[in-house]
Write a protein that binds this ligand. Structure first.
Ligand code: FE
Length: 194
């Protein structure tokens, strides 16, 4: 046993061998999924947001089925939990959290930021989301706007379709995608025209 080999890594390797032998998940499929997740980045989600802002048909399709919409833009969703898309409007703002652990829309945003996994974020997002957003991100959700906190789970992943910011009329998709940040798609921040 090498110095780097932990109980966890040995258990993981053993489970992978069992899944492969039983024909449930091949070693190759696991490697493929890991490579896809390693390569995933928020720019993929930003591309979906920019398309939704400029194409009403895509926006409707994305709200109806996030998985299919992502696949239509060439984002590989096979083997991932379904993706749901929550639309922010003038009346409602969404905040995504995994209260249990760190479930995140990895296929479209990549690995979650460290704060997303913290006990502090998970607890405060539920107890007092307005205070959390204001103090940690300077995001002020007015009292007139409903704040919906949505739990991401192992069975269903959520991303936010943020409001298109003022001052972006006539911008093309690439320019719009460039201003969409990771936090905008989780609901901790809102896009601003850069
Ligand atoms: Fe989780």
């Amino acid at each position: 046993m090498s110095i780097l080999e932990t109980d966890g890594s040995r258990l993981l390797a053993a489970v992978a061998v069992l899944l492969d032998r039983k024909g449930l998940v091949s070693d190759e499929a696991i490697r493929e999924r890991i490579a896809l997740t390693d390569a995933a980045e928020p720019a993929q989600g930003a591309r979906m947001v920019a398309r939704a802002w400029t194409d009403p048909d895509f926006r409707a399709a994305m709200l109806a089925d996030g998985t299919q919409a992502a696949e239509s833009l060439g984002i590989m969703m096979r083997g991932m939990p379904p993706l749901g898309v929550l639309e922010n409007t003038a009346a409602v703002h969404h905040l995504v959290v995994c209260t249990l652990c760190s479930c995140y829309p990895r296929a479209v945003l990549g690995y979650p930021p460290f704060w997303y996994k913290s006990a502090s974020f998970r607890a405060r997002a539920v107890r007092n989301p307005r205070e959390l957003l204001a103090s940690e991100w300077k995001t002020i959700v007015p009292a007139s706007v409903k704040l919906r906190v949505v739990d991401s789970t192992a069975d269903y992943r959520w991303m936010v379709l943020p409001l298109r910011p003022a001052g972006t009329d006539g911008w093309d998709e690439a320019r719009l995608a460039a201003i969409v940040r990771e936090g905008d798609m989780i609901g901790v921040t809102c896009p601003v025209a850069a």
